[in-house]
Design a protein around this ligand. Sequence first.
Ligand code: FES
Length: 113
Amino acid sequence: MSESINIGTVEDIDEGEATVISAEENGTGEDIAVFHAEDGNFYALNDNCTHETASLADGWIEGTEVECPVHSAKFCLKSGTALCMPATIAARTHKVAVQDGHVMLYPNVSAVV
Ligand code: FES
């Protein structure tokens, strides 16, 4: 069973917003962005854009996609798939589950089954 990190309650991240769990805290060596998407669900991707250097948590959430704030590549929050140029490489996903009103992040556990 993988370790999970309690990153707070569902009220702590407004819909359409994201928070970053640092590499030190999550143990993966990469910062992880946790998004509260407009479908009401939570999703997690590696925070750094796969194109160059940008925090996806600073991007714009639309539905279940996030747009990079630097060159506007879009990523699917569910699968990490790069949906448009200039990004061509998928962002790594991590599992997120809501348990008793708390948002639990499972670093290194893929969200894609
Ligand atoms: S850094 Fe994200 S699209 Fe270029």
